[in-house]
Design a binder for this molecule. Structure first.
Ligand code: AMP
Ligand code: MG
Length: 267
């Protein structure tokens, strides 16, 4: 199963040339949805084994522009998974207490433990994205963070964590349509914020920040996957494929049962 959208360390690219349309990679939505469902069954079984084995850890990082589909991805990917074995963390504007520490402090506290799957809805990458675009700290502070992040992820990797990083790549026009739906549909109103429109004005700056971050932080131990995300069904499928591919490699096993269980009699 080729991982079509995985970046290769040191290989230059421009974000503008990477596709946002998933449908060009898959002709058939119905077939994609049915493959997704069968892969999800496999995922659920692997998650049970990972938890039972209690040795390995999986960290899934999701980054995207507003309305890029992070919430929908989490909802679809984790449906039916045992909630005890997963932990979803959403990173918002840092608190005063968090800002009084280094930027990785709040992240490191919540990385997955043995047997667990951790899902980051936004992450430490905000500290080289929103922070850079809006000049929250000077370049002398954010630029060294690429290397600090790489070393942090190396530490996680070297201590038994597989890291999967997904950038959900949508087009400017797709964002417009999704914002419009948030305005038009009453049950989506709560998701709309005027601040998102302010951020939209900085789209080219964000793309530049994403591009450099993807280049600087694609390492052999934690490469980025740039997912064409305009079609939700393709986004879901390709992320699920990557997760299952990774779990097959991790190959978690149920622990050995105690001897002679078949002779146990419960009084
Ligand atoms: P949402 O994901 O819509 O709930 O929004 C969370 C907001 O928190 C986004 O606007 C992020 O850009 C912002 N955010 C997350 N992490 C940071 C950070 N480290 N510094 C500044 N803003 C952040
Ligand atoms: Mg938002």
């Amino acid at each position: 199963m080729p991982l079509t959208h995985q970046l290769v360390p040191e290989r230059p690219f421009t974000l503008q040339t990477l596709p946002t349309e998933g449908k060009q990679f898959h002709p058939d939505r119905a077939a994609a949805e049915s493959e997704f469902k069968s892969l999800r069954k496999e995922f659920i079984e692997y998650q049970r084994r990972l938890y039972a084995e209690g040795k390995q850890k999986l960290l899934i990082v999701l980054q995207a522009m507003d309305a890029g589909g992070k919430d929908g991805t989490i909802r679809n990917i984790l449906k039916g998974v045992n909630p005890q074995g997963v932990r979803v963390e959403s990173f918002k504007v840092p608190s005063k207490r968090e800002l009084a520490h280094d930027f990785l402090w709040r992240i490191h506290k919540v990385v997955p433990a043995k047997g667990m799957i951790g899902v980051f809805n936004r992450s430490h990458y905000e500290d080289v994205l929103v922070v850079r675009v809006h000049d929250i700290v000077p370049e002398a502070v954010w630029r060294p963070r690429y290397e600090q992040i790489n070393q942090f992820e190396k530490l996680l990797h070297d201590t038994g964590t597989r890291i999967l990083k997904f950038y959900l790549h949508i087009s400017l026009n797709e964002q417009k349509e999704r914002f419009q739906a948030r305005l038009d549909e009453l049950d989506k109103n709560w998701k709309f914020s005027l601040e998102d429109l302010e951020k939209r004005k900085f789209w080219p700056n964000y793309m530049a920040a994403y591009e450099e971050m993807l280049q600087q932080c694609t390492t052999p131990w934690a490469p980025w996957h740039v997912i064409p995300a305009n079609q939700k069904w393709y986004r879901n499928l390709t992320i699920m494929r990557t997760i299952v591919h990774t779990l097959r490699e991790m190959n978690p096993q149920y622990p050995e049962a105690e001897d002679n269980l078949d002779q146990v009699v419960i009084e």
